[in-house]
Design a protein around this ligand. Structure first.
Ligand code: GLP
Length: 258
């Protein structure tokens, strides 16, 4: 994994924004996997300020959605993606796909979502945040490393973390639809961003722990092109952080690539 430690959320947003704009300009990035949560917001803000028509032509696939929230609920992920991604990046809404959390047949809707990713030619770059329990998307601990888009039950710790977006914890749905770890691992490149001390343990387990479904983000160790961009606080429990900084200062080919 390529670990990049930066100072501020805005530095993280610019770094990730540069990576995305380079891929878009080179024609290698046509389909972007997008994530909700507060961590990736600085990426979308950075791209909003450096918008290009090629950026606006991207297709996008979201990671996850709550089950049972009306789509116009301001905290449904389809609403959040509309606000933070489709709006800021000026994407064509017809090319932005969010898993359906209200379909009468959720299993069929999950299969359709996977088929839509395949029809688009796969995801070129998947943006990810991380939960305190190491989840990516809504793949809670013990998710199969080979899982596909499916319905999951949220852990109470996740519902508590996400209750800040709702009137109270009772309002947070108990179920969700999420891309699987197998789906995420098929993206051609993955980029995980995290900030703050609350994420330090999850980051250490994801990057330096054993590959285990108990920390779903550790599955990214199996990906050949995974970059983790974090601030100092989120890096605090990494035992090799001096080495990562040293690598950052002494890149192999001068471009920062590993
Ligand atoms: C939710 C989302 C995840 C996200 C996580 C962390 O649970 N389903 O995709 O990574 O929140 O969010 P935040 O970045 O706000 O801490």
């Amino acid at each position: 994994m390529h670990i990049v430690i930066l100072e501020t959320a805005s530095d993280i947003g610019s770094y990730a924004g540069d990576l995305i704009l380079r891929g878009v300009a080179a024609g290698t990035l046509r389909t972007l996997g997008v994530a909700t949560g507060s961590s990736p917001l600085s990426i979308y803000k950075s791209l909003e300020h450096r918008w290009t028509p090629a950026l606006g032509a991207l297709s996008a696939f979201a990671l996850d959605e709550y089950v049972g929230l009306p789509p116009d609920h301001p905290e449904s992920y389809s609403a959040v993606i509309r606000r933070e991604v489709t709006g800021r990046l000026r994407l064509d809404p017809a090319r932005v796909h969010v898993p359906q959390g209200n379909a009468p047949d959720l299993a069929a809707a999950c299969r359709d979502f996977e088929d839509a990713i395949t029809a688009a030619g796969g995801i070129d770059l998947q943006i990810l945040g991380i939960g305190r329990n190491g989840h990516i998307g809504f793949n809670e601990p013990t998710s199969s490393l080979a899982s596909r888009t499916r319905v999951k039950t949220l852990m109470s710790a996740t519902r508590m973390d996400n209750s800040r977006f709702f009137a109270d914890e009772q309002q947070v749905p108990r179920h969700c639809v999420t891309q699987g770890l197998g789906t995420i691992l098929e993206a051609r490149e993955v980029l995980l961003v995290a900030q703050g001390a609350a994420k330090a343990e999850a980051i250490a387990r994801a990057v330096e722990g054993p590959v285990s479904s108990m920390c779903p983000a550790s599955a990214l160790q199996l990906h050949p092109r995974a970059t983790v961009v974090i601030d100092e606080e989120a890096a605090r429990q990494l035992t090799l952080r001096d080495y990562y900084r040293y690598v950052q200062e002494n890149p192999v080919d001068g471009s920062g690539a590993q």
